[in-house]
Each structure stands twice: as structure tokens, then as C-alpha cells.
Design a protein around this ligand. Structure first.
Ligand code: NBP
Length: 477
């Protein structure tokens, strides 16, 4: 046995991860259900490093040094269980299975518990950065035991992306913590993309800029605090001209956004945890609404806001306001994601270093952004930080963005430009800073129709008002 690690499942992700390990000097055993993929990997990329191709599961397992490190990169769901059933029987206590697919964190918890009984470490590792990241350096979010990270960590940290010399891999927490954090990463990605798309729409519809002009604005923003991969690629997409029609590419793409379920899963999980990730939810629903042609056709003839052309200087002023609104909304969206991870950490007893999570998102993944460095510093300075807005520097920025942020959201309402994520972020901010919420009235309503009881601000305990009785007496329960 000579291989340091084995990868089974050699579609785009597995193949690229295997090549990444090999390029870094590791001997990599490679295996795939359909042997042709294994052959083609070795034929095409065999000279990049040392691969040990295996035709059968037994051959594959026998090629691995002990404790065995076996990475599964197959389709999430039933395929993962099928592969685990096949390999678990061939492994021994102390061996490690890494699932680098996009598994549901609850499945990872179940699998980890089952394999732990047999002494096998099961590591659910979130891997972000797509095909390109897998090959050249992804962001890696491994869960599982601390002992397994002691062995696997150096390997992950070698193949991961690096920012300022620091690897984008860290042990997230036990069992499903890694896959959970990867899921929230994708949810934040939905929100960030939607916010950028709304900013584009505002600049297009209100300021009347062309896609090429907006690409220029985004390039300028990308030099400042909004610097991020998503802003960068948005500028690229906006400056692209469709070869066939000569029109801006942004105008020839159908405006129905697709999804593969990761935003939805974040929102479903957030509902279960009671985590108010409103910007992520609105971003997910915005994609759903865009893909409802009949519904959109029914609403289309109805009146909207009034378009008023802006002068050049008004457009420039508006652009600066949109930058402020985008930044403030983005801080809220990321903050919501971190809060959701905190809620899960409490529910599942994960010991998560939130600063380290922000740290490994700075490179390799889709949401990599300059301001994650500041999020990292904020969470590292206070491991119990409830919100970024409790940190003076972020609070100051949000305070400075107040007027423009509200101005932009007011403009969207007046002009009839849809901004579900901007609006949700501002509402979330106002909800949480409110001295008193109308939740009090909700409690009254609940008590009226369902005798659900309520608490009072001036007395301890639970109360119920007998609404059906004319004198409406109150009982202390
Ligand atoms: P796919 O998700 O398309 O899965 C294809 C692989 O799964 C092939 O190797 C296939 O083997 C294998 N497989 C299937 Br399907 N059913 C199997 C079974 N019953 N037993 C054994 N093998 C089986 O590949 P991918 O796009 O490379 O993604 C791999 C994992 O990484 C997924 O969980 C994905 O969600 C995750 N991921 C993907 C990306 C991305 O950008 N694509 C990013 C991050 C994470 P075969 O060749 O014999 O059919």
C-alpha cells in the first residue's frame, strides 16, 4: 500500500481534487464505479503526479496507507450511501472516510454516528469553489472528529486555496458541522448574488445606465470595500456583448433564474432553527418568482411606479447611494448567515470558531470577498459576538449608510423596481433595532383566538384574557 489518499467518484469534482492532491506530491489511489473514468484520468493527467488506478473496491482499499484516507466524491444522497455500504465493510477501525460531496448535514450526522460505532472516522467536508477550485485550491470545511482533522488537516491545508499565506481549510466542528457551514455559505451566495443583481437593476432602471456603464461602476466598486469575486464576475458578464445579436449579453439571457436546491435547503433549515435569514430567503424566493411565467404574465399589465429620468449628477449621486445600500445589505446578509451558524452550533453542540469560518471563506469559494477579513477580525476579537453590528467599525459603517440605504429602498418603492433582498435587509435591521415590536399585538391575537397565553412587561408569569366574557378578566396561569 502506497497511496496517501484515495478518491472514489471521478466526475469533474473528484477528478480535479485527485489531480490537486497529486500535483502537491501525494500518491493518490483513484477509483470510479465506471472504470472508463479512472482510465481517462490516468491517461490524460497521469504525468501530473502519482496515481494508483484501482478497478475494484478491494483493490482501491488495499492501495491505501493506514490509517486509510478515502474520499468520496459522488452524487449526494443515495449514491453516497451506496458507496459507503460498499466501502465501510472493507475498512478497519481508525480509517477515515471523507465525504466531499454536497451532503445534507443531517445525513452526515447519521452517517457519522453509524460509522463511529465501528471505529471509522467519517468526515463530512464541505468543498466550495466548483470545478476550478477543486483543481487549483478550494475552500474546505471539514466536520467530523478532531482526531481525524489532525491527520487530514495538513493534506487539506496543502491543497486548499491560500490567502496571505493562510490556508482556506479549518476544522469546523464535529459530525455535520462542515456540511452545515457549506450549506450556509451557499445560502449567503444566493443573497449576495441577488443583492448585486438588484443593484444592477436599480442602476439600469432608475439611473438609466447601460450594462457596459454598470460594468464600469462595478469595476470601480471592486476596488473598494465591496471587493469580491461576485462583483468581479458580474462586471465581466455585464461587459459581454452577445456575438449573434450584437446586443448586451445581459439583455438576451432569459430572466428566469435556476437553482439546484442549496438556497432552498438553507431556508428550510433556517425555518427549523428559527433563524431569521430574511435576505437569503428573499433571494431564494426571488429566483422562484422569476421562474413563474404565468404568474408574471398575470401581474405584468398592472401599474407600477413612475419613471422619472435623472440628470447626470442625480444619477451619479444615486449610484453612490446604491453602493452604500448594497454594502449595508450585504453586511446584513452575511450577519444573518453567521447567526444561523451560531444557532445551529447551539442546537447541535458544535464548537465553531466563527472567525476561522470567515477566514477560510476569504479564498477558494464563490463568496470570497475582502470584507470577510474584517468579519474574521470581528469574530476573532469576540468569540461570542452576536452580530457584526455589535462591533464598532461595522456599526459606524451602517450608521453612515443609513440615509442612502433608506433613500434607495424608498426610491425602489416609488419607481416600482423590485428589490426584495435590499428591502428585506433594511426591514431586518429595523426589526432588530426597534425598541418595541408589534409582536406584542401578535401575542394578543394568539391569545384571543387560541388561548395561547402571553407574558406581560410588568409582571412575571403567563397570562390569559377571557376574551369571550364581556368584562374580559385576566387570569394569571
Ligand atoms: P456528480 O454529482 O455528477 O456525480 C457523478 C459521480 O457519482 C460519478 O463518479 C458517478 O459514477 C458517481 N455515482 C453515481 Br451518480 N451513483 C453512484 C453509485 N450508486 N455508486 C457509485 N458511484 C456513483 O459529480 P460532481 O459534479 O463531480 O460532484 C461530486 C460531488 O461534489 C457531488 O456531491 C456534488 O454535489 C459536489 N460538489 C459539486 C460541485 C460542482 O461544482 N460540480 C461543487 C461542490 C461540490 P459513474 O461515473 O459510474 O456514473
Amino acid at each position: 500500500a502506497q497511496a496517501h489518499i484515495g478518491v472514489t467518484g471521478l466526475a469533474v469534482m473528484g477528478r480535479n481534487l485527485a489531480r490537486n492532491f497529486a500535483r502537491h506530491g501525494y500518491t493518490v489511489a483513484v477509483h470510479n464505479r465506471t472504470a472508463a473514468r479512472t482510465r481517462s484520468l490516468v491517461e490524460e493527467f497521469g504525468d501530473e503526479g502519482t496515481f494508483v488506478p484501482a478497478k475494484t473496491a478491494r483493490e482501491f482499499v488495499d492501495a491505501l496507507q493506514r490509517p486509510r484516507r478515502l474520499m468520496i466524491m459522488v452524487q449526494a444522497g443515495v449514491a453516497t450511501d451506496a458507496v459507503l455500504d460498499e466501502f465501510a465493510l472493507l475498512l478497519e477501525p481508525g480509517d477515515m472516510i471523507i465525504d466531499g460531496g454536497n451532503a445534507h448535514f443531517a445525513d452526515t450526522r447519521r452517517r457519522e454516528a453509524a460509522l463511529q460505532e465501528r471505529g471509522i472516522h467519517f468526515v463530512g467536508a464541505g468543498i466550495s469553489g466548483g470545478e476550478e477550485g477543486a483543481l487549483n485550491g478550494p475552500s474546505i470545511m471539514p466536520g467530523g472528529s478532531k482526531e481525524s482533522y489532525a491527520v487530514l488537516g495538513p493534506m487539506f491545508e496543502t491543497i486548499s486555496a491560500h490567502v496571505d499565506g493562510e490556508p482556506c481549510s479549518t476544522h469546523i466542528g464535529s459530525d455535520g458541522a462542515g456540511h452545515f457551514v457549506k450549506m450556509v455559505h451557499n445560502g449567503i451566495e444566493y443573497a449576495d448574488m441577488q443583492l448585486i443583481a438588484e443593484a444592477y437593476d436599480l442602476l439600469r432602471q432608475v439611473a438609466q445606465y447601460s450594462p457596459a456603464e454598470i460594468a464600469g461602476i462595478f469595476r470601480t466598486w471592486n476596488k473598494g470595500r465591496l471587493n469580491s469575486y461576485l462583483i468581479e464576475i458580474t462586471a465581466e458578464v455585464l461587459s459581454h456583448t452577445d456575438a449573434g445579436t450584437g446586443r448586451p449579453f445581459a439583455d438576451v439571457i432569459a430572466d428566469a433564474a435556476g437553482e439546484k436546491g442549496t438556497g432552498r435547503l438553507t431556508v428550510q433549515t433556517a425555518l427549523d432553527l428559527g433563524s431569521p435569514v430574511t435576505a437569503i430567503a428573499q433571494a431564494t424566493f426571488a429566483r422562484a418568482a422569476s421562474s413563474q411565467p404565468a404568474l408574471r404574465a398575470a401581474y405584468r399589465p398592472l401599474p407600477g411606479g413612475t419613471p422619472i429620468p435623472l440628470t447626470r449628477s442625480e444619477a451619479e449621486r444615486f449610484t453612490a447611494q446604491v453602493e452604500q445600500a448594497l454594502y449595508a445589505s450585504k453586511v446584513i446578509a452575511y450577519d444573518q448567515g453567521f447567526k444561523m451558524i451560531q444557532d445551529a452550533a447551539l442546537a447541535y453542540r458544535w464548537d465553531i470558531d466563527f472567525g476561522a469560518v470567515a477566514g477560510i471563506w476569504r479564498g477558494g469559494c464563490i463568496i470570497r470577498a475582502a470584507f470577510l477579513d474584517r468579519i474574521r477580525t470581528a469574530h476573532a476579537a469576540d468569540p461570542h459576538l452576536v452580530s457584526l453590528l455589535a462591533e464598532p467599525a461595522f456599526a459606524q459603517e451602517i450608521t453612515a449608510a443609513q440615509v442612502p440605504w433608506r433613500e434607495v429602498v424608498a426610491t425602489t418603492a416609488r419607481r416600482g423596481v423590485p428589490t426584495p433582498a435590499f428591502t428585506a435587509a433594511l426591514s431586518y435591521y429595523d426589526t432588530l433595532r426597534a425598541e418595541r415590536l408589534p409582536a406584542a399585538l401578535i401575542q394578543g391575537q394568539r391569545d384571543y383566538f387560541g388561548a395561547h397565553t402571553y407574558q406581560r412587561t410588568d409582571k412575571e408569569g403567563s397570562f390569559h384574557t377571557h376574551w369571550a366574557r364581556p368584562d374580559r378578566p385576566e387570569t394569571h396561569i
